[in-house]
Design a protein around this ligand. Structure first.
Ligand SMILES: NC(=O)c1ccc[n+]([C@@H]2O[C@H](COP(=O)([O-])OP(=O)(O)OC[C@H]3O[C@@H](n4cnc5c(N)ncnc54)[C@H](OP(=O)(O)O)[C@@H]3O)[C@@H](O)[C@H]2O)c1
Length: 317
């Protein structure tokens, strides 16, 4: 397949592109700062959404589009300006892709796989398990995801199968939450954030990449798909399990008020959560390699140690 990957240079996109190229697909990565590629199967094309550009021509003979592009959700405090960037970067990129599909004269991609986040469901206080039929929440993140999914959904009227992957907390050694959490946990300074009762719906990055590859080819798969492992945990269990993995106590909680003072409204991403179940993926028979958190952590930490030992920290997988 020829696959366009927008935002394919980040924490998920980079190893995803390597995996797809390794499986024999040809990739065009849309990036605001394109680079040269070591792989004959991966090309970079410049884009600056919402501006149209030559990149749109690449869509004309593409079989699939994967859209991961967007301003990081939790890199900076949610000032009004940053909130506007978080929303507009996603809507502009997604709408530009859908417009490129619309303008494609003869042939259209069969599938658009658009990222979303479990934040779609909003903060949930209770233990209720949420699946893809659960309505969206009302807070900033939930509304951002709702609009983002709606923008992608516009491709359905063009005859494109649209899959909206509501991604949970992605675990891998070289980025995301684990990269930040591992150093204090290794020093025995780790612990739960806030009350510890909030739910964390996580996924090993390799399973997410496999899920994306599976959703590209599984024609029955359309609409919302939760990109989370089948066994979400509470924040307390998450911290306890990480402590056990690195063989250190994890009894140093970070009080909610500290996070609220430091991070402002963004702290709600850490202090609240939702218990999300990947019902669609399980129903269609997708098999997770890492359904349980101890195995996912053990793999991430083991890889870390092996790579540190070999001095190959830049390896991505
Ligand atoms: N990682 C997670 O745990 C997680 C969880 C839930 C949802 N997600 C969502 O999944 C997507 C991919 O996640 P990720 O962790 O790989 O993110 P990432 O590392 O931040 O990569 C996102 C990519 O989007 C592009 N981008 C960044 N800011 C942009 C902007 N203002 N306008 C247009 N493009 C921009 C960048 O590509 P260029 O600089 O090359 O243009 C970047 O490589 C994101 O949209 C994220 O919100 C991730």
């Amino acid at each position: 397949m020829k696959i366009i990957v927008a935002g394919g240079t980040g924490f998920i996109g980079r190893p995803l592109c390597e995996a797809l190229a390794g499986a024999g697909h040809d990739l065009v990565v849309l990036s605001r700062s394109p680079r040269s590629s070591a792989s004959v199967r991966i090309r970079y094309a410049p884009w600056q959404p919402p501006a149209a550009g030559e990149w749109a021509l690449e869509v004309r003979d593409a079989d699939a589009i994967i859209n991961l592009a967007g301003e990081p959700l939790v890199a900076r405090r949610w000032t009004p300006t940053q909130k506007a960037r978080i929303i507009s970067s996603r809507l502009e990129a997604t709408r530009a892709l859908v417009e490129a599909v619309r303008s494609s004269p003869s042939r259209r991609p069969r599938v658009l796989l658009n990222a979303s986040a479990v934040g779609y469901y909003g903060p949930q206080e209770d233990e209720r398990a949420l699946d893809e039929t659960t309505p969206n929440g009302q807070d900033f993140l939930a509304q951002t995801c709702r609009q983002w999914e709606q923008a992608a959904g516009a491709a359905e009227s063009l005859g494109v199968r649209v899959v909206r992957i509501r991604i949970g907390l992605v675990l891998a050694k070289d980025g995301g939450a684990l990269k930040i959490m591992l150093p204090p946990f290794r020093m025995g300074l780790g612990g739960p954030l806030g009350s510890g009762r909030q739910w964390l719906s996580w996924i090993h990055r390799r399973d997410l990449i496999r899920l994306i590859g599976w959703a590209l080819e599984e024609e029955r798969c359309a609409g919302a798909v939760n990109g989370t492992a089948p066994n979400p945990v509470s924040m307390s269990e998450f911290a306890r399990t990480l402590g056990q993995t690195v063989k250190r106590p994890a009894v140093m909680p970070v009080p909610g008020w500290v996070l609220r003072a430091v991070l402002g409204e963004m702290s709600q991403v850490l202090l609240t959560g939702q218990r999300v179940i990947p019902k669609a993926a399980l129903t269609f028979g997708f098999q997770f390699d890492y359904p349980l958190l101890p195995d996912a952590f053990a793999d991430c930490v083991k890889k870390c140690q092996t790579l540190f030992a070999r001095g190959k920290v830049s390896d991505t997988f």
